[in-house]
Ligand binder design. Structure first.
Ligand code: FES
Length: 328
């Protein structure tokens, strides 16, 4: 039996590109009777700008039963200030999965990425230790590294300052004559990094000490909550190896993609008829854990070998708050 696991990370981007996609979603949701998919009144009427005294978050009532819940107001998907709030409160707090351990398998391996407005680089030094840094030169803030691969040091493309893989500044060009310059004070700014299973996790909180070693189990518990054992047993096949990373720009607010992923297969019979024919949709189940949603569906009779590659005997979709998805 062939089996595949893919990892999806939905990156938050500017809300300005999401309007047309959101408009289509509004049209769809106004005609659907199920809970959690009804359109909020302010969405039907058009976007209502938040007042100066009231935060748009106040529109959320956590006490409301799910049967009475509405899709959040459109401002949550389009207002730039709401995205800023999400970056601060959602993405820059706690752990975020940003890559695979296979990407930094050997000494001198590195990969780069961006979460919100934060550029980062993850690398493994000559002693086998994994590091993560803000991918920003300490001189005039040029982007330091790009893409992924293998390097013995990071050389800034702007004026050539050179950093070791442990972040130390090795060489500052033409610095002779500059007073009170201590290279030890100009190393790369570290980020807190941990690994769990095949995943590399970063923590962007400012008040944490990256020098403090993070135990994998502790980071994983903070990341996936009480579901971490279920994830380990059900979602991760250690025999699989890293194949490649691909990036796609999806022209919608990041939550639209998550909403779609988490609708419990509601859209599948209409939007993915081919996939639906290979699934026993009556068996579809969703289990909500502390920070994880697990959706499971039995496979039906596969029409072709391609279908079986995609479906296997059972499809499992794990969503880890706020934006990480494992498809098996
Ligand atoms: S900005 Fe990097 S060396 Fe000047």
């Amino acid at each position: 039996m062939s089996m595949a696991t893919t990892m999806l990370v939905i990156k938050p981007v500017s809300p300005l590109i999401c309007q047309s996609r959101r408009a289509r979603l509004n049209h769809r949701t106004t005609h659907t009777p199920l809970h959690r998919v009804m359109t909020h009144p302010t969405t039907c009427l058009g976007s209502v700008a938040p007042s100066a005294t009231k935060s748009p978050v106040d529109d959320f009532d956590p006490e409301l039963p799910i049967e009475e819940a509405l899709t959040p107001p459109s401002s949550w998907y389009t207002d730039p200030s709401f995205l800023d709030l999400e970056l601060d409160r959602v993405f820059y707090r706690g752990w975020q999965a940003v890559g695979y351990t296979d990407q930094v398998k050997s000494p001198q391996d590195f990969f780069t990425g961006r979460l919100g407005n934060v550029e980062f680089v993850v690398c493994r030094d000559e002693n086998g230790k994994i590091h993560a840094f803000h991918n920003v030169c300490r001189h005039h803030a040029s982007l330091l590294a790009s893409g992924s691969g293998r390097k013995s040091c990071f050389v800034c493309p702007y004026h050539g300052w050179t950093y070791a893989l442990n972040g130390a500044l090795l060489r500052a060009t033409r610095i002779k004559g500059i007073r009170n310059f201590d290279v030890k004070e100009f190393g790369l700014v570290p980020l807190k990094v941990a690994t769990w299973g095949p995943f590399v996790l970063l923590n962007f909180e400012k008040d944490v000490s990256p020098a403090h070693k993070v135990e994998s189990d502790i980071a994983a518990k903070e990341w996936a909550g009480s579901c971490v054992d279920i994830l380990g047993n059900s979602c991760i096949d250690p025999s699989l190896t890293y194949l490649c990373s691909r990036e796609y720009t999806v022209e919608c607010n990041w939550k639209v993609f998550c909403d779609n992923y988490l609708d419990g297969g509601y859209h599948v019979p209409y939007a993915h008829k081919g996939l639906a024919s290979g699934l026993k949709l009556d068996s579809y189940s969703t289990t909500i854990h502390e920070k994880v949603s697990l959706q499971i569906c039995e496979g039906g009779s596969a029409g072709s070998a391609d279908d079986f590659d995609r479906l296997g005997a059972k499809a499992l979709y794990a969503f880890i708050y706020p934006n990480f998805m494992i498809n098996r």
